[in-house]
Design a protein around this ligand. Structure first.
Ligand SMILES: Cc1ncc(COP(=O)(O)O)c(C=O)c1O
Length: 379
């Protein structure tokens, strides 16, 4: 079998997703006394206690296909966002919505624009469809460069993808920049405003809620994977002009999201107290992490998301640091695949997680100091 003949070139060049180590794998390999999974921007508080009953109830319907348009949930999500039901599309996570975008809108030869350090899922889904993505360098302060993106728009540009706040940087496009972007893009270029981390950012004064700047060509993405703590269920949604949603519905897998996922999201929306608690935990953890980094002279990128990016001198240091932390039971995320090989992303977790991070960081620093002293002694 000649794989080169069987597999199209755009699939051949994609790299398989390399998952971070699971808690079980790390436990088995390094036997740390405690574990903190701070690698995937999940919610370390878990999810609302309302979810389990709703999901258990949904299990009695598992033999039936899910509601393909998620009617009940769609109405609730529409009401919550002050839009019409036909302006909402629910799918198996916002990554699935991104895949739907890539399947729905591109003609041959059309391309997308985004930053060179952003959510890798967009690049992967575009790559699967053979869509070329022009990556515009981020600014020196790790932000989307709106002017450079606008300058790069060509007649073949079909889509501009921004994540706001961005992953992995945690930085954001401010109100002025977002307004400029919305006003300046030609109306037949789709603007994707991925707000996966919206709940953590919404109270920041200068953070633009994409819903307040709606236009026919803007598609907003939200997810239940982050603040709502439902990453394992796979459910997210798009908000857009109903004519675009109608076309996207044609490309959606008919029966996503699953029945338990729809039930979980429906229940989770009733627990604003859980969201408030999650947002507060992240805010406290962020301040704590900044203090710690400042005290220990660590370069970091200020964030309005549930993660903070640590900037190391080079890729080797990022590899060594991540590995050393892993041995102490702290799972972090290197973000080389996101275009930042010298950086490490830390998800903000519970106070216990942050304490574990700090203690492990200090252990490593101490170990390094001792190694340096002993190597100088033997020189
Ligand atoms: C910016 C951004 N968009 C989308 C996603 C995917 O979220 P989901 O779990 O809804 O597919 C992520 C996940 O990390 C993300 O960071």
């Amino acid at each position: 079998m000649d794989l080169k003949k069987i597999i199209p070139a755009n699939i051949q060049i994609l790299k398989p997703y390399v998952a971070g180590k699971t808690i079980t794998e790390v436990q088995k390999e390094f036997k740390p006394s405690r574990m903190s999974k701070l690698a995937s921007n999940e919610n370390r508080l878990g999810c609302s206690s309302l979810v389990s009953k709703a999901v258990l109830d949904s299990l009695s319907h598992l033999h039936d296909y899910p509601d393909p348009v998620a009617k009940k949930l769609r109405k609730k999500v529409a009401d919550m966002n002050g839009v019409e039901e036909n302006e909402i599309l629910l799918a198996a996570g916002s990554e699935s919505v991104i895949s739907i975008l890539c399947r729905t809108f591109f003609n041959d030869g059309e391309h997308a624009l985004t930053a060179n350090a952003t959510f890798v899922g967009f690049l992967v889904q575009a790559g699967v469809r053979g869509i070329s993505v022009h990556k515009i360098p981020i600014t020196n302060d790790y932000r989307f460069d709106i002017d450079a993106i606008l300058k790069a728009v060509r007649p073949e540009t079909k889509m501009v993808y921004i994540a706001n706040p961005n992953n992995p940087t945690g930085t954001y496009i401010n109100k002025n920049e977002y307004q400029r972007l919305v006003d300046s893009l030609p109306e037949d270029v789709l603007l994707i405003a991925d707000e996966a981390y919206f709940e953590f950012a919404e109270s920041v004064k200068d953070y633009p809620h994409a819903l307040d700047y709606r236009k026919d060509n803007v598609i907003i993405l939200r997810t239940f994977s982050k603040a709502y703590g439902l990453a394992g269920f796979r459910i997210g949604y798009a908000i857009a002009d109903n004519r675009l949603i109608k076309e996207m519905m044609k490309a959606k897998l008919t029966f996503e999201p699953t029945t338990p996922a729809q039930a979980a999201a429906f229940a989770a929306l009733d627990d604003q107290e859980f969201i408030n608690r999650s947002v507060q935990m992240v805010e406290n953890g962020r301040v704590r992490l900044y203090d710690f980094f400042q005290k220990h002279d660590v370069e970091y990128v200020p964030s309005i998301s549930n993660s903070v990016l640590m900037v190391l001198d080079n890729e080797e240091e990022a590899v060594d640091f991540t590995q050393a932390m892993l041995k102490q039971g702290v799972i972090l995320r290197r973000v080389n695949a996101f275009g930042l090989p010298n950086c490490v992303r830390i998800t903000i977790g519970t106070p216990q997680d942050m304490e574990h991070f700090e203690e492990s960081f200090l252990n490593i620093a101490e170990l390094k100091k001792q190694l340096k002293i002993s190597s100088e002694y033997y020189e």
